[in-house]
Design a protein around this ligand. Structure first.
Ligand SMILES: [Ca+2]
Length: 428
C-alpha cells in the first residue's frame, strides 16, 4: 500500500533545508487540531479533514511549509489512513504568520485506501514545520468504518440467437453484441437482402440473475446504420415465452451508452427487440448490450478498457498506430475517459515537460516506475475535446501510454498513464 496517493508534480523550487532565520520561529506552543467532515466512512470513500494550526500564545508565530503541497509537512499516526494530494507545478517553502490567538487552516481529502479489519480506528495528525525538528500532534480523531457492500457476482451474457445477421460482407454476427468489445457489433443482413424490422436478439444470463435494467451501446464507427430508436425489452425463464415487455421506449440519440431501468426482476433470458431505426432504415445494429444487476450501480461503462486490441511497439505510417487506436478507442467511448479533471496551472514550458514530469512523478513519487524512455510524442485530435498530446513510452512495466495536454486550453493539462498491455489499467 502506498502511504500517500500523491498526485503532485512537485517542482520544488528552492532548498527546503536552506538556512532560515530561526529567530523568527517560536513554534514551541503551537497546537494542531484535526476535524473530520464526517466520522463514519467507507473504505476508499474520501472525506475532508480540516487541519488547523493554532497559535495560543500572545505573540505572532511563523511556520514554514510548502506553498502548494503543504501536506508534505503532515503525517498521520495511523498508516491505514491516507490522503490525496494535488497537481502543482511550482512549489516553494514559504512562511505563514499566525497572529496571537489565530490559526492557519487547511483541508486534506483523506481516505482509507484499503479494507481494514477494524470497524473503528483513530488517528492523529502530526505537523512538522520545515526547518523544525519538532512535530506537533493533534488529539486523536475517531472514525468508524462502514463495511463495504459485498460485490455482486457478475452475470455472464451468452448469445443465443438473432433473427438476422450480416456475415457475408461484414462481421455482423449477433455474438458481437455481447463480446465486451465496443468496436464490434451485431448488424442485421444487408447484403443481397435487407429483412425489415422488427429485429431481435436473445441473450442468456449465466447464472439466472435479478436485473434492474439493461444498456445499449450503438455501433461506434462513423456510420449510424441500424442504430435502434424505439425498442422493447423482454425477460424470460425458458427462452421461449417472453410475455409482455418489461420496458419499452425510445433511446436517447447519440453514440453514448443508453441505460434503461425497470423494477428488479429475476430471469434467465433477455430479449431486445428493435422496433425502429433512427433513420427509418430496415436494419438493426448493436455494439454492446449489458444488463444491470440488482445491487449494481446503473452507470455507463468504460468500454475502452481492455478493448482496443494489441498495440504495436511503434507507429507505422502505413497503418493506424498505437496512439491512433488508443485514441480511437477513447473516441468510441464518447470522451468519457476524460473524467476527473486534474487540470493544473499551465506553468510547464511544454507538453514534453508535462510528460516527463508525469513519468518522473510516477517514477519517484509512486515508486511505480524504475525506468522509462519516451518512444513517441504526437498530437492527436480527441473528439470535441480538441487536440491533445499523447505519448507512447517504453518502461520497466512494459509500454505505456501517457495522455495529457490540451493544445487549445493552455490552462488545462490531463495526466494519465495507462499500461499498454491488456487490460489497459490506469496506472497513475
Ligand atoms: Ca461488441
Amino acid at each position: 500500500m502506498k502511504p500517500k496517493l500523491l498526485l503532485c508534480l512537485a517542482l520544488v523550487l528552492g532548498d527546503r533545508l536552506a538556512a532560515f532565520s530561526a529567530s523568527a520561529i517560536d513554534t514551541s506552543s503551537l497546537r494542531v487540531v484535526a476535524i473530520p467532515s464526517k466520522t463514519e466512512v467507507r473504505v476508499k470513500e474520501t472525506f475532508n479533514v480540516a487541519l488547523r494550526i493554532e497559535n495560543p500564545t500572545t505573540t505572532s508565530q511563523t511556520v514554514r511549509l510548502l506553498s502548494w503541497s503543504w501536506d508534505q509537512e503532515y503525517k498521520a499516526s495511523n498508516t491505514n489512513i491516507s490522503w490525496i494530494g494535488w497537481a502543482c507545478t511550482r512549489n516553494f517553502p514559504r512562511n505563514i504568520e499566525i497572529p496571537p490567538g489565530g490559526a492557519y487552516t487547511n483541508e486534506l481529502e483523506m481516505l482509507i485506501p484499503e479494507p481494514i479489519s477494524d470497524k473503528a480506528f483513530s488517528f492523529r495528525m502530526g505537523f512538522t514545520p520545515i526547518n523544525s525538528e519538532k512535530s506537533f500532534w493533534s488529539d486523536a480523531v475517531s472514525i468508524s468504518v462502514t463495511p463495504q457492500a459485498a460485490a455482486v457476482a457478475k452475470v455472464k451474457l451468452k448469445f443465443v440467437k438473432v433473427d438476422s445477421e450480416e456475415t457475408e460482407s461484414q462481421d455482423g454476427h449477433g455474438e458481437n453484441a455481447v463480446d465486451g468489445n465496443p468496436n464490434t457489433y451485431w448488424h442485421t443482413q444487408w447484403h443481397g437482402n435487407s429483412p425489415g424490422l422488427p429485429h431481435e436478439i436473445i441473450i442468456e444470463l449465466l447464472p439466472p440473475s435479478a436485473i434492474k435494467g439493461f444498456t445499449y451501446l450503438p455501433r461506434q464507427d462513423e456510420s449510424d446504420h441500424g442504430t435502434v430508436k424505439d425498442f422493447e425489452f423482454y425477460v424470460s425463464d425458458d427462452g421461449r415465452d417472453f410475455g409482455q415487455p418489461v420496458k419499452k421506449g425510445t433511446f436517447e440519440p447519440g453514440k453514448g451508452e443508453k441505460i434503461e431501468s425497470f423494477e428488479p426482476i429475476k430471469c434467465r433470458f433477455i430479449k431486445l427487440k428493435a422496433i425502429s431505426e433512427i433513420n427509418g432504415l430496415p436494419w438493426t445494429s448493436a455494439a454492446e448490450i449489458r444488463v444491470i444487476q440488482s445491487g449494481e450501480a446503473a452507470s455507463a461503462k468504460d468500454y475502452w478498457r481492455g478493448n482496443i486490441g494489441p498495440i504495436p511497439s511503434l507507429h507505422d505510417s502505413s497503418k493506424p498506430d498505437a496512439i491512433d487506436s488508443f485514441v480511437a478507442a477513447f473516441l468510441a467511448n464518447g470522451g468519457l475517459w476524460l473524467n476527473g479533471a486534474d487540470g493544473m496551472d499551465a506553468l510547464a514550458a511544454s507538453p514534453q515537460q508535462v510528460v516527463s514530469e508525469t513519468l518522473r512523478t510516477a517514477h519517484f513519487a509512486s515508486g511505480m516506475m524504475a525506468s522509462y524512455r519516451i518512444l513517441d510524442i504526437r498530437k492527436v485530435r480527441i473528439g470535441e475535446f480538441g487536440v491533445y498530446t499523447a505519448v507512447l513510452a517504453d518502461t520497466n512495466l512494459g509500454e505505456m501510454i501517457v495522455l495529457m495536454q490540451n493544445g487549445s486550453m493552455t490552462g488545462h493539462w490531463w495526466r494519465r498513464i495507462y499500461s499498454a498491455d491488456p487490460p489497459y489499467n490506469r496506472l497513475y
